[in-house]
Design a binder for this molecule. Sequence first.
Ligand code: SF4
Length: 379
Amino acid sequence: MSRPDAKGWCPSAYRPMESGDGLIVRLKPRFGRFTAWQFRQIGAYATQFGNGIIDITTRANLQMRGVSEAHYPALLEALRSDNIVHREPHYEQVNLLVSPAVSQDSQTQMIAEIIYGVCDQFKDLPAKFGFVIDTGYERQLHRASGDVRIERGYDDALLMRCDGVEAGLLTSLERLAKDLSELLNWFQEHSTAQNRRMKHLSQIVPDRWTIDKPDAPKADLPLPSDKADIIAAAYGQMKASGLAALTSGLSDDTAIYVLPNKSLMLTSGHFQKIDGYITSLEDPRLFIATCSGMPACGSAHINTHSLAEDIISEGCLPTGMQLHISACAKGCASAHPTDICITGHEDAFDIVEKGCAWQSASVKSLSRPALYGWLAQQK
Ligand code: SF4
């Protein structure tokens, strides 16, 4: 079974998306980070103009939820004034992920500026098309969504690689704009309404862009630690009312990195420990991915967060397994297979083992008690 059609576009600050709880306004941290002061401002605006809930997405963006049409213009102006949202809308269209291993170095900033500059010439790229800067000595973003990856090649050269292809083209800061423009021109000539991502064209990428392999091994993203320099938002959601307390020990200009594993990272200092955040690898919430669910999403059949809490309190979370709870078959919380994927319907649950929410279920129509019993048997 194929994944149900997505809307085909992603919300941004300039193009909010209607959802079950109002407008979603997506904020894209330039160079992968906001300052602590910007974080506190985002929390204040989410309370003033939205419903006080902020998502961290798998593209390392923040989403303010529950914004009304009436409040949206004032919110946008406030975000622009604080330089949280760029005054040039085209910057906010670019999907750019930056590895936490390199997000503070100057080369990364130059690569990002080149990508923003080239994208100014390619304003009609598909809305979900994205770029990944992963030029560290480990590729921490190898699982993250992206169509063109800039990585580390042989002898510390830059490597430009298409998603879905193992090898790329060695390039340099001086040549990157030209190489990227040629690649994007080729993509636009060959993409179709059905094939709107680079991975769909991976079989026909010309040989000249598939010469050298990355010279950095794959690695995992940093995970929460009890030092509280890296914390994960439980189920990927933050309460705006807690952001001031969370960041209260940080000076205004402290950089807070947003990671695609729904975590926040500091390179100096630590967050205050408050409810709703994970600071230990033992925390069971770290093993459960959930989509927004009810009441936030209009397509949702279940409240995913409360089901996750119930599974934990019932003591039936299978040890060492990753769980994905989806409130419909679209499976927003994970595009990759998980050990156990639970998809909720109006009054029952289906289970896909080692798969995704849109795939055929091996166990169907379980009641809630039967679901707990089935999970307990997997321990
Ligand atoms: S997976 Fe969840 S968030 Fe995505 S559309 Fe379905 S109910 Fe909504």
